[in-house]
Write a protein that binds this ligand. Sequence first.
Ligand code: DHB
Length: 390
Amino acid sequence: MTSAVRTQVAIVGAGPAGLVLSHLLAEAGIDSIILDQRSREDIESTIRAGILEQGTVDLLATIEGSRVHIVGQRHDGIELRFEGAGHRIDFPGLAGRSVWLYPQHEALKDLLAARLAAGQDLRFGVTATAVEGVDTTSPRIVAVDDAGVPVEVEADFVVGADGSHSVVRKAMSGSHAGYFREYPFAWFGILCEAAPSADELIYSNSPDGFALISQRSPTVQRMYFQCDPAADAGAMSEAEIWDTLQQRVPGTTLVEGPIFQRDVLRFRSFVARDLRHGRVAIVGDAAHTVPPTGAKGMNLAVADVILLARALEALLLRSDEGPIDGWADAARDRIWKAQHFSWWMTSMLHVAPDASDFDRLRQLGELRSVVESEAGRTYLAEGYTGWPMG
Ligand code: DHB
């Protein structure tokens, strides 16, 4: 027997976009239901990026029980390293704001706990298979739960926050059409038990490829190095991993420790052609993907839904269609700036496998022109810490 429910906003996906949206809607007095095919444990344990822009942190900090200011650490700068020397980018001095190191899965634990404590209807293990009535004022999500029982959620508005393989995107525009770019490299990521190797994150360009020395806590570190997209995460020994990392961060002796997780992260840029159709919209990774350099993914998802929540308030509480009609263009404004920033950081810091001597020397010239100019450093600091919300 089908279980059918009705709500004001039906959301597919309990990641950062879906959860923050449901929170903002609840604050405005709008009901929502969230479906996610994953279990709560899955959502809380998937390792993602760890850098939050100031605006993202300011919003998370307003949510009951958030640990972002307790467990998270403020970072006032990063180091760009190339040709064996480090160059600090001073965020508060250049852009008047900072970033916070707070792993995405910790932010998700806070958000899930807060939404459930607030009585949010949040259903795990429910897989959306279709969206019906896309051209009507009552679109409907068709789904199935883990036990095989069909579930239907009818709403005034449907939001796809269902990641890069979004079912809602396909249903909304009939295709996955969009703007796409693939890169000829990936990141090999590790988590290890060790003390931090430096006070701040190091983004290192070396002749052998890029490396990023990030952190998680005083005893756990996250590091990445540029690798072949076809690399097998299990194939390298720990000694080979440490050799690769050490070689790519000349001038710093990395603190080594047991590696307890490894993964290969793909590099893609994507923006969907359509972000909204009638009363259906897509946000977060369903709407766009950025390569990881600069950690814009979660921040962009939060920016999408801050704008969308305002537009839904106008639509559903005041029958004002102006903001929702302008939402996709407003969201695209930031999406393309973040796309450019992520592409720029990626192309400036990585060594493409087919890079010529010209490419390599031009890249070093670019890095020097950024760090030697206050305007260059400011440009980087503004993008990294996140442009103010409109
Ligand atoms: C992390 C990931 C990033 O992509 C980045 O630019 C900085 C930090 C991280 O996972 O810690």
